[in-house]
Design a protein around this ligand. Structure first.
Ligand code: BGC
Length: 455
């Protein structure tokens, strides 16, 4: 077969990563599905949050998003056209259980059955995320992630998904980036449900780590042959200067951003030796939690977009550390104002390889938002393509150095709703014209297609 297009000095073929390396794209329910109130679907915290004045760029929301709910067939056919054999998507909890618990929505179940079955018909393997940030509002009304009852709610939800879809779905991801949904949603208040402060953050963290492991156990007991993973956001962190106080600050930021959720699941506890305030999690612990927080995942998904430079700060409570914004460092940035820094991918693979308890490692998200323009019906996106190619080189470097890494999922398939930033930052390999819902594969998408064919 032919070599990839390689327009930007790219000399790797798919076969250079080995024949069993998993290639795919990742998406999430609220960001693509739309049909936010169809049939008996319940509201999620993102429906509520996006309705709040000033919460989202230009008051945008995911009520229609990419309309994947109605267009899933065409989209899955497009995946096939682009040679993408693994499709990661998430289930919307409130589409399956409108009130978060109790009554199941047949319409929701039917929808996901259609998606799963059509993927399989097209020879595309579904990778299902159980929770990608869209908690049912009915559960948030009872305290959401801060209420320990979430453990029971989550286990019941996972059991329903496992029993109804587990005969066909064999690849599962329990949580997507718990650091982001607890940090942005329950500490900073910039994501749904918009809550702030330690009193919300610490219990949310503890209940998320418990659910992470409990979800894994439910899947394991319900689906004998399931491959079970969970995902973590992570960034390579460097101190701003060589001064000791910046080095200490960088280690704290690393504990918070990279270690907080993986280490408890491996039986290492919370990294409270670096961040003393985490000791307050004790308040929310019950004796059996120490062991229940552990789960032997088949794989860990790491999601990397940039690196962070960190310096000491007296004014930041608890952490005494702050991020030096990329825009202040005069480095190349994406539309999210994140530094373009592909070596972070290699560094994170190296870091997670140091955990002996991790059996398999995958990159379950990696990508970049740049300004895209349609010219003559085409979308040429050399910056995104360059970024992705440079990141793949880092993955390849890791493999060549015998580090564990067995899969790569690009974020994302089609441009979609980018949370608090609305529709402005486009991460897709495929351009979405949100006024017509037309999909236009970008140059990066066509390159990925050709790369995936280059055996
Ligand atoms: C999330 C995605 C998000 C992407 C880009 C990840 O943190 O899992 O939902 O769109 O980053 O910001």
């Amino acid at each position: 077969m032919q070599k990839p297009l390689a327009p930007l000095d790219f000399d790797l073929c798919r076969k250079d990563f080995g024949t069993d390396f998993v290639w795919g794209v990742s998406t999430s329910a609220y960001q693509i599905e739309g049909a936010y109130d169809i049939a008996d679907k319940g509201a999620s915290i993102w429906d509520t949050f996006t309705a709040q004045k000033g919460a989202i760029f230009q008051g945008q929301h995911g009520q229609i998003a990419c309309d994947f709910y109605h267009r899933y067939k065409k989209d899955i056919l497009l995946l096939k056209e682009l040679n993408i054999q693994n499709f990661r998507f998430s289930l919307s909890w409130s589409r399956i259980l409108p009130k978060g618990k109790g009554q199941i929505s047949q319409d929701g179940i039917d929808f996901y059955n259609r998606v799963i079955n059509f993927c399989l018909e097209c020879n595309i393997t579904p990778w299902v995320t159980l929770y990608h940030w869209d908690l049912p509002q009915a559960l948030e009304d009872k305290g959401g992630w801060t209420n320990r009852d979430i453990l029971g709610w989550f286990k019941a939800y996972v059991k329903i998904c496992a029993t109804l879809f587990g005969d066909r779905v064999k690849h599962w991801i329990v949580l997507n980036e718990p650091m982001v949904f607890t940090g942005a949603g329950y500490f900073l208040g910039v994501h749904a449900p918009g809550r702030k402060g330690l009193k919300n953050f610490l219990p949310a963290v503890h209940h998320a780590t418990l659910c992470q492991a409990a979800g894994g156990r439910v899947l394991r007991s319900e689906i004998g042959d399931a491959t079970i993973g969970t995902t973590f956001s992570c960034s390579y962190i460097t101190p701003h200067t060589n001064k000791n106080r910046d080095i200490v600050a960088a280690k704290k930021a690393d504990a918070l951003l990279n270690r907080l959720f993986v280490e408890p699941s491996l039986g290492m506890g919370y990294p409270s030796e670096k961040i003393g305030i985490l000791r307050q999690i004790e308040k929310y612990k019950r004796p059996e939690d120490e062991k229940n927080i552990i789960f032997d995942f088949d794989f860990i998904g790491i999601q990397n977009y940039t690196r962070e430079v960190v310096k000491h700060s007296f004014t930041v409570p608890y952490l005494r550390a702050k991020i030096v914004k990329a825009t202040k460092r005069k480095v190349e940035t994406t539309l999210m104002d994140w530094e373009v820094y592909p070596p972070s991918v290699y560094k994170m693979i190296t870091k997670f390889n140091e955990y002996k308890g991790i059996k398999k490692l995958m990159i379950t998200e990696n990508g970049a938002a740049f300004k895209d323009t349609i010219i003559g019906g085409k979308v040429d996106d050399p910056k995104r393509m360059d970024y992705l190619q440079r990141c793949l080189k880092e993955v390849h470097r890791a493999k060549s150095n015998n580090l564990k890494v067995s899969g790569y999922f690009a974020w994302t398939f089609t441009d979609n709703f980018e949370w608090a930033e609305g529709y402005y930052p486009r991460f897709g390999l495929v351009y979405t014209d949100f006024s017509t819902q037309q999909r236009i594969p970008k140059t990066s998408g066509k390159w990925y297609r050709d790369f995936l064919q280059s055996m």
